[in-house]
Every structure is written in C-alpha cells, then in structure tokens.
Ligand binder design. Structure first.
Ligand SMILES: NC(=O)c1ccc[n+]([C@@H]2O[C@H](COP(=O)([O-])OP(=O)(O)OC[C@H]3O[C@@H](n4cnc5c(N)ncnc54)[C@H](O)[C@@H]3O)[C@@H](O)[C@H]2O)c1
Length: 324
C-alpha cells in the first residue's frame, strides 16, 4: 500500500483525494489543513490522520509520498522540506511563485534524489494526449497554425482569496495560462520568437508564438463574471485537416466532413467533487495514476517533471514582462 500525505484540503486537495480514492494500492493516510472542517472532510474518505499544518504533517506523518495542494506562494518551502522526508513529491502547478524558488527545488531534487512531479495536468488530459499523438503521427501533414484558449470566471473560491492577490498567485497568467504554455512547449518546444500582450492585472494574456513554418496563439483570462462558463479549447490547422476541441466536442474536419475523434476514457467515480473548472477527474486522475505507479515501482518521474515545470514558469514570467 502506497501511503499518501496530502497537504492542503481545499479545491485541488479534494480533487486529489477523490483521485487517490480511486487508485488501487494507494491510500491517503494523512491530511493537513489549517481549516479543520476541510481536513476532516477529506480524512473521512480514507480514515486518514489529521494534521493542522503542512509542516506538521511533513515532520510527523508516516507516509511514502507527499502531495502539496497549497496556495502557490507556499509551494517552495513545503516542497523543500518534503524532499528531505520522502523520495516522491507531487507539487501542484504553477510549481512556485518565483523562478528562484523553482531553481531551488531543482537543486534540492538533485541533492536528495527526490523525484518531483508537478501538476501540469494538461499533459495528461485525454484530448490533449490524443492531439500529441496526432501531431507526432504526421497523418494530416504539416501544421499551419494552432490556437489554445483557456478562459474562466474570476476565481473567488480560494482560501482567504489568495488567488486574487497577485503576490500570492501571479494572476491568470501564471496560474491559468501556464497550462496551455506548458502543453505547447511540451508539444512544439520553444518558439523562434513571440509577441505577447497582457492587461496590467495579469488577468488577460495573449501570446502569438512563431515556429518554423507555423504560428501558435495562446490566450488565457479569468477576468470574466461568475456567470461565464469555464472553457478550455484548441484548434490545430493541418495541411489536410483541422482538429478542434471545443464546446464538449472533439472533432476532425476534412473536405469529406466532420468526424468525432474517439478516445478511450477511464471511468472514475469522483464522488464528492464540487464546482471548480472541470466536470470530471479526467487528467487529474491520469497524472496521479502515473505518479503513484512511478512511486510504487521506485522509478524516475519522466513526465511533468520539476525541470519541465520550471521551464514553463520561466516562459510565462518572461511573457508577463514582454516589452515588444
Ligand atoms: N491543476 C489544476 O488545474 C489546478 C486547478 C486549481 C488549482 N490548482 C493549484 O492547486 C493549488 C491549490 O489551489 P486550490 O484552488 O486548491 O486553493 P484552495 O484555497 O482551495 O486550497 C488551499 C488550502 O490550503 C490550506 N492551507 C493554507 N496554508 C496551509 C498550511 N500552512 N498548512 C496546511 N494547509 C494550509 C487552506 O486552508 C486551503 O484549504 C494552487 O497552487 C493552485 O494553483 C491547480
């Protein structure tokens, strides 16, 4: 049995607890949250021990792996301590608030040999995994252009409104738009050059990346009213087809017509998950299955590594400082 220590029992911690609850051979045996009611709610799922702070859990709990679902500005200090305690650490995205903190995590993982996975979950999201396969197959010819878009109502669900504080979350650029940037970098690598614009509060970012022979637009915002639905979409225009994921449909358009792209989705229960930006456990489940499998086998984490995540953070921080 792989024993998980889960730090932070808010929105993302609840999602992770539900995922672990559906993974065979895995049990959340310790949870920590400053808000007792939040910790108790998740502890009930698997009869976990309860700690008040993340540091207390790291110090005292008997666990094999530690999963950090804390507000972003608290990631670095907890991840550094966790790497001294266990060999497998999961840190939610964005990996850290600053690049210096990100580099400190890389250094610590080298020093301790700890394997660190970061919650850059789009790399594990079914439609995006399928798109990567399609791109790599070359079956529709060269790419001409692509667009990735992620738009959300203003996130008011965070503990003490930490998401709305730029000095704690980095705003929509660092917290939301990083998902697509990380995916695009994993798919195409660094662009030759790019142009980026944003609003002063980092609530809206729009970047056009120039690759050899094609361009990619990446847009993200959370400056929308609560009534607006969350949307994560993409459209990739190839020489012979257009692959689009929008409005709940994953389609391939050719001159012959539009055809649904079928994917084998893992059915998971996900009881107890409420609200937020997704309607199922999707990529969250997939990324934690990968993490737990690597930890159980004692193998290296090769996807969504701390180095990948720090590279994506670096790119986003440069976009947010783009002067044109
Ligand atoms: N991968 C994704 O799609 C995705 C989606 C949402 C959030 N996130 C990330 O997950 C992380 C957590 O975000 P969230 O939305 O769950 O925030 P949240 O505010 O809902 O939850 C954070 C929890 O941490 C607790 N906490 C604060 N300080 C603590 C401490 N020292 N010890 C123990 N508990 C403490 C709070 O009480 C709160 O319950 C962030 O980095 C966020 O960017 C990722």
């Amino acid at each position: 049995m792989l024993k998980v220590g889960l730090i932070g029992c808010g929105f993302m911690g609840s999602m992770h607890a539900n995922c672990y609850n559906n993974i065979e051979g895995v049990q959340v045996t310790a949870v920590a949250d400053l808000r007792p009611e939040k910790a108790e709610e998740l502890a009930k799922i698997s009869n976990a021990a309860i700690y008040t702070t993340g540091k207390e859990l790291i110090e005292k709990a008997d666990v094999d792996v530690i999963d950090i679902c804390l507000p972003t500005y608290l990631h670095a200090e907890h991840a550094l301590l966790a790497m001294d305690k266990v060999k497998y650490v999961f840190v939610e995205k964005p990996v850290t608030l600053t690049l210096e903190e990100g580099k400190a995590l890389i250094a610590k993982s080298k020093e301790t040999g700890a394997q660190v996975q970061v919650g850059q979950v789009i790399r594990f999201w079914d439609e995006y995994v399928e798109l990567k396969k399609i791109v790599e197959s070359g079956k529709y010819g060269k790419i001409i252009n692509a667009n990735f878009r992620r738009i959300s109502p203003i996130p008011t669900w965070g503990w003490e409104d930490w998401l709305l504080d730029l000095s704690k979350s980095g705003g929509a650029g660092q917290d939301l738009h990083i998902h697509d940037v990380d995916y695009v970098l994993s798919l195409f690598g660094e662009p030759k050059n790019y142009y980026s614009v944003k609003t002063p509060n980092n609530g809206y970012v729009n970047t056009v990346m120039n690759y050899d022979g094609f361009v990619v637009g990446v847009e993200g915002t959370w400056d929308l009213p609560a009534s607006h639905p969350f949307q994560a979409t993409f459209r990739v225009v190839f020489e012979k087809a257009v692959v689009e994921n929008a409005e709940g449909k994953f389609l391939c358009y050719t001159d012959a017509g539009a055809e649904e792209i079928k994917i084998d989705k893992v059915e998971v229960k996900g009881d107890g998950y409420k609200g937020g930006n997704v309607s199922d456990l999707g990529g969250y489940y997939n990324e934690l299955v990968y993490f737990c499998d690597k930890a159980a086998k004692g193998e290296a984490i090769e996807k969504a590594t701390v180095c990948d995540a720090v590279a994506s953070l670096k790119f986003v921080l440069e976009e947010l400082n783009f002067k044109g």
